[in-house]
Design a protein around this ligand. Sequence first.
Ligand code: FCB
Length: 448
Amino acid sequence: MSPISEAKLSRFDFPEGFVFGAATAAYQIEGSGFGGAGASHWDTFAATPNNVVRAEDGRVACDHYHRWPADLDLLQAAHMDAYRFSTSWARIMPDGRKINPEGLDFYDRLVDGMLERGLKPFQTLYHWEMPSALADLGGWTNRDVAEWFADYAEATTRRLGDRVAAIATINEPWCVAWLSHFMGIHAPGHRDIRAAARAMHHVLLAHGRAVQRLRGMGQANLGIVLNFDHTDPASQSPEDLAAADRWDGIFNRWFIEGITRKTYPEAVLAGLSSHMPQGWEKDMDLIGQKLDWLGVNYYTRHTVAAAKDTPWPAIRDVPGNLPKTQMGWEIYPQGLEGFLVRMARDYVGDLPLYVTENGMANADVVEDGAVSDRIREDYLFAHLAATKRAIDQGAQVKGFFYWSLLDNYEWAEGYDKRFGLVHVDFQTQKRTPKSSYHALARALARND
Ligand code: FCB
């Protein structure tokens, strides 16, 4: 790794007003067994053998539903400016349609708690809890999902919209659609190209419909959070170059081009068009609603090769040789710089960008009441430095959110993979800030 930790950045290396924060997601921390939350497709996915490590689920998670005041105190004590959190569809609408007042009350208290602590609330509407009742109707494969989602967005915004600083519609549409409907790795666990094609389109349709609805209500600062994966070809052969282009198209171009150009990449339509919902072209104007900001999630790089004699997209993974995190993800900060610059140059110009997630998993342990995670400090400061380089090249990056505030439920990986700045003992729920938390707090402390 770079020697960046020897010369750490501070708040003052970034433009005036740049916001620093940490991110979480409802299902990963709250505990879905509390407060009248309805079942979501994650509960049933987790209850099905071999989907999740040790079949762990989010029923208790970090018990944030009860411990949120102390968790918000941790953000404030680290001098953070903002908190990226998500509201759970299944908590607010347990049957997918009717409001659970207890659910909205919870987020009402949470948002007020942020404001009391000087934290800007950055809300995400969908970080993956599709209510089971709507999953029963086909979830993301059903076109009606756009209207269901807009109804949920509207109901939630009626209650919280006067106090949140920003709203993202969807977190990581690639995960919602491809990872969950083609690769089968996340809920609902489908491995079906037709389901995937529909989800790839409907997730953007739902985004567009929600933006349109919220704009109609006069709501400001609407965006979406996309994830990007730096993609290298395994060799310079035409086959591997084309495979890398297909992967880049599926992962990195489909969503941003749908929104900013109202088209999908040819390299992806080549495989998906026969499975797309009829008349999808007519939806592109709705999908291309104007955004106020774009969120960029970035973790790693990927090396791919052509997979001969397999159906489209005919891609296989090739292990890379860079140092890896506990997830097995290569550490490649230049990729973040690259995407921030690429977004500004190719797609969004001067639109405000936020790094909405970046972080690493590490097998952290508590020793003598403390956690030393120097490797995460290096990771974090190397990615902050990459963000600064992108700003120096003209990308209008306005903030950076570390993933995650707390160790939490890492989806199909269960509680094994620790991403937090703060260690969580899942037996006792004790929180222990790690050395990375303290390093970031020092960098953000104001002494002017
Ligand atoms: C992202 C998700 C987030 C977390 C991190 C590690 O894909 O948005 O919930 O799981 O990865």
